[in-house]
Ligand binder design. Structure first.
Ligand code: ATP
Ligand code: MG
Length: 387
């Protein structure tokens, strides 16, 4: 059945009130939609800008009922939104992505099983959910990275383990919850691809993004990728489209990849939503990842985004709000904004904490070299390391 389009003037609902929800709300509002956000936090970044903020937990029945009553269609911005809540909502309203697809991405073991089904290589790994499985782990996976199977983000719920003793200690420290142990791969590069698919099976994507992580948190995204060969980029783009198709995905999906030092492309993980590495598209492409989320949710035409400017995105973590003396300060925005092609996005978070994503800065320019040069100047002004 071809769903009917949901047109501007309708209200779109979002599960989750973080920065991804905020940027979805902003994209939806600029197209003339009303928006409703469900998030328990009174000062959630998306709740602050949405027309309606339902302050309730993700499993609160009354809250879910209110969201359904308000909304013509519902999306999610938060990977760990309970799949059960999406099932409830999906019984009454169009929901994108669907509970099934979100469930696959919520669990590292099922995510890797999907990579295998789609014929896409991923890191050698083993599920550790019992002491027996811990004991049976192959030495070939060490040194490795132990990751909780569920609920991890920004490198949280992860530990690098050098040997079996460290592995056992790390699993204890993580509370012996189900985990995946991955072989620690020698990385040359990290890439990601944002892809959108609609109910007709049309797939469009943003160009391949090159990502630099620091302490497990995304720090810098460069588009176009300065270091990935055209062949690798084509392979990453094809793999992302394949996954969207195989999952019969509805909405925006981001696939993260590693490139190993011997030049192999390996899938890392998927996010069933727009992704931090795609934020540059707001300022550097004619259709952003959030526009794609609105279009797929509403059954509007999907057109391939065109990157009109080279872009470098710097994540702005809470650390920038503290001086070397530890005192809270405001980062030097006027100096940063004096640079050409800088686009400042702050998420309205009321308090800064080290490691907390407070905003991002996208630098656009006519050439990748110019974008990078300006981004390096901005980084220096902000006290961020060069890249
Ligand atoms: P997010 O959801 O914020 O992207 P996450 O907490 O789910 O992060 P991962 O993407 O699994 O974390 O890992 C974070 C980073 O740690 C990766 O981008 C990479 O830099 C490093 N990393 C993770 N797994 C491996 C691996 N198997 N080998 C080498 N490095 C790894
Ligand atoms: Mg990741």
């Amino acid at each position: 059945m071809t769903p009917r389009s949901i047109l501007p003037g309708a209200t779109l609902g979002v599960m989750g009130g973080g920065q991804l929800g905020r940027m979805f709300v902003q994209a939806a509002q600029s197209m003339g939609y009303f928006t409703a956000v469900l998030d328990p936090d009174v000062t959630s970044p998306a709740g602050l800008v949405a027309h309606y903020h339902i302050e309730a937990d993700y499993l609160d029945e009354q809250g879910l009922a209110q969201l359904m009553q308000r909304s013509a269609a519902i999306t999610t911005e938060f990977e760990n939104v309970p799949a059960g809540a999406l099932v409830t909502l999906g019984a009454h309203r169009p929901v994108a992505p669907t509970a099934d697809a979100v469930a696959v991405c919520q669990d590292r073991a099922s995510e890797k099983a999907q990579f295998r089904r789609s014929g896409i290589p991923c890191a050698p790994h083993a599920l550790i959910d019992t002491p027996e499985r811990l004991a049976a782990v192959s030495d070939s996976l060490l040194p490795g990275i132990l990751k909780t199977a569920r609920l991890g983000y920004d490198g949280k719920g992860q530990a690098v383990v050098a040997d079996r003793a460290a592995l056992a200690a790390a699993w204890d420290a993580l509370g012996q919850v189900p985990c995946v142990l991955e072989q620690k791969l020698p990385l040359a590069l990290e890439l990601s691809v944002v892809v959108a698919r609609n109910a007709h099976g049309d797939v469009v994507q943003l160009p391949v993004q090159q990502n630099l992580h620091r302490s497990g948190i995304l720090a810098v995204t460069q588009v176009p990728s300065p270091d990935a060969s055209p062949a690798l980029q084509a392979q990453a783009a094809a793999a992302a489209a394949q996954l969207a198709t195989d999952l019969q995905y509805l909405g925006v999906l981001c696939v993260e990849f590693f490139v190993t030092t011997d030049g192999r492309l390996v899938a890392n993980e998927m996010a069933p939503r727009p992704h931090n590495s795609g934020h540059w598209s707001i300022d550097g492409a004619d259709v952003s990842q959030f526009d794609l989320q609105v279009r797929t949710l509403c059954g509007l035409p999907l057109v391939a985004p065109r990157q009109h400017s080279a872009a470098v995105m710097l994540n702005l973590l809470g650390d920038l709000w503290f001086g070397t003396d530890g005192a809270e300060r405001s980062p030097p925005w006027p100096a940063v904004l004096a640079l050409p092609g800088t686009h400042l996005h702050l998420y309205g978070k009321t308090s800064a904490r080290p490691g907390r994503k407070m905003g991002h800065l996208t630098v656009t320019a006519a050439t990748p070299e110019a974008a990078r040069a300006t981004a390096l100047q901005a980084a220096a002004l902000l006290g961020l390391p060069a890249f």
